[in-house]
Ligand binder design. Structure first.
Ligand code: ZN
Length: 465
């Protein structure tokens, strides 16, 4: 029995990773009758155990209250941590190396000599962070290099100026948050203190937990990042909590990241704020002006502007994802258009009128990965799955008769079918198409097992439309 428990514990950790990426569907599968007899054998007992107690990671922000001396110590530690991060990045970038073990062997001893006060485990965390940054930078570089010849060919074809190739830079940080784990920090929820490894041994810092995440107090934690924001120290603690048991149902909700409203759902909900687009356009115009100016102060201003813009986008995405998840019943499926590949795969951008449409899409399409991540994270607590579909033709097809034509869309907001005369809000029409496209694909994949439930949903929603 004890042996079994150990195995359970080992396996128990596995689903977490997948759940974080919101691909946990396989764990919710119920055992079919022939297998139910086998439940007393250990393997099935374990898999059942996983089914009932899969975990999800939640990140909570706790505010630290260090004394001035402690704050100095944290700052010194963070500064050395950042130096190690930058040094490993530099080495990896020059040597074109992104393998963690090789980076470790190549840099560890030198870093230990250079920064003897930084704990070895903390140093390893800096190397791990550098490895992640390098991997992402190399991927970016590959993508850019592959895309450049296409860009040049396109510019030549259109008779435009050939764009300059902007290479990806070696990753570097002014402040790299220290990543703590169980070995380098001890968190005491009862006394609200955390023991952190620094350049001068361990230090005990008190903290407070904001009200909204009090429910997570006492949960087992995995890692914690030390952040300094406007002079205040925070610890972003990742805790592992059991995923709520929500039975999956067949409700499918299509969400169009629209042109007029940030998001429109197939349940006729218009979410987000119209004002966002105007704010975004304003900073875009300012950016253009600053770029053409080119002075030193303009460049400084540009940097601030881009940071402000990304904070604004982040905030919008948080608000929007919260609204989308709140308007979805627990256990349902949210379907979005996969906008990460829109520029390569879609033909929407051709033609002048359509180009306009394409540009306006950018409000959420260029932060799409972030928005998608937020929806998946927030949905997990309500047992909501998030899926992506190919965005082609969703805005040109009639959701009633299926007739597809570019001129079906009369204006930004109006959809009028050339074939059957069906007239409705263009974004709403797209959201119906997104929902139906997903239902059609999953029917093709899973066949008849889901048919009854799905087609009735589809029919009833068609009827309400
Ligand atoms: Zn029609």
């Amino acid at each position: 029995m004890f042996h079994n428990l150990c195995t359970i514990d080992l396996l128990y950790k596995r689903p977490k990773k997948d759940v974080g990426k919101n691909q946990a569907s396989s764990y919710g599968v119920e055992l079919t009758p022939p297998f139910k007899n086998l439940l007393d054998t250990s393997v099935f007992a374990i898999s059942l155990h996983i089914c009932s107690t899969s975990c999800m990671d939640r990140t909570i922000q706790i505010q630290l209250h260090p004394t001035p001396a402690q704050a100095k110590l944290l700052a010194d530690t963070a500064s050395q941590f950042t130096s190690v991060f930058n040094a490993v990045c530099r080495y990896g970038w020059d040597a074109h190396e992104k393998n963690g073990v090789k980076l470790h062997h190549a840099t560890y001893h030198q870093m230990r000599e250079q920064y003897p006060d930084l704990g070895s485990n903390v140093m390893i965390q800096a190397r791990i962070k550098a490895t992640e940054a390098l991997k992402s930078a190399f991927t970016w570089q590959d993508k850019k290099e592959k895309a450049y010849p296409k860009k040049v060919a396109k510019a030549q074809k259109q008779g435009k100026k050939i764009p300059v190739f902007k290479p990806v830079q070696c990753p570097s940080a002014d402040f790299c948050p220290i990543r703590y784990n169980e070995r380098t920090s001890t968190l005491n929820w009862t006394h609200q203190t955390v023991n952190l490894s620094t350049v001068n041994g361990r230090t005990l810092v008190s903290f407070t937990v904001p009200d909204y995440c009090r429910k997570y107090i006492g949960s087992p934690r995995t890692t914690a990042d030390l952040i300094l924001r406007k002079g205040t120290w925070y610890l972003h603690v990742v805790v592992s909590v059991p995923e709520p048991v929500v039975p999956q149902n067949e409700t499918v909700i299509g969400v169009d990241l629209g042109l007029n409203r940030p998001a429109v759902t197939s349940q006729k909900q218009f979410l987000g704020n119209k004002r966002w687009k105007e704010v975004d356009r304003r900073s875009f115009r300012l950016k253009r002006r600053l770029q053409s100016n080119g002075s030193k102060s303009a460049k400084r201003h540009l940097k601030q502007l881009s940071q402000r813009q990304s904070r604004f986008h982040r905030d919008c995405d948080h608000v929007l994802s919260k609204q989308i998840v709140a308007s979805t019943p627990p256990g349902a499926t949210i379907v979005l258009e996969n906008l990460t590949t829109i520029r390569e795969s879609s033909k929407i951008g051709r033609g002048k009128a359509n180009k306009n449409v394409e540009n306006k899409r950018k409000l959420h399409s260029w932060t799409f990965a972030q928005l998608y991540g937020f929806i998946a994270y927030k949905g997990q607590e309500r047992g909501i799955r998030v899926e992506k579909i190919d965005p082609r033709h969703t805005s040109q097809t009639c959701s009633k008769c299926g007739h597809q034509a570019r001129n079906n869309r009369r204006s930004q907001s109006l959809f009028l079918c050339r074939s059957c005369g069906y007239c409705l809000n263009a974004d709403l029409n797209a959201s119906y198409n997104i929902r139906d496209k997903y239902i059609a694909t999953s029917l093709a994949l899973f066949g008849t097992s889901l048919e009854s439930g799905l087609s009735s949903t589809s029919l009833s929603s068609q009827a309400s439309a």
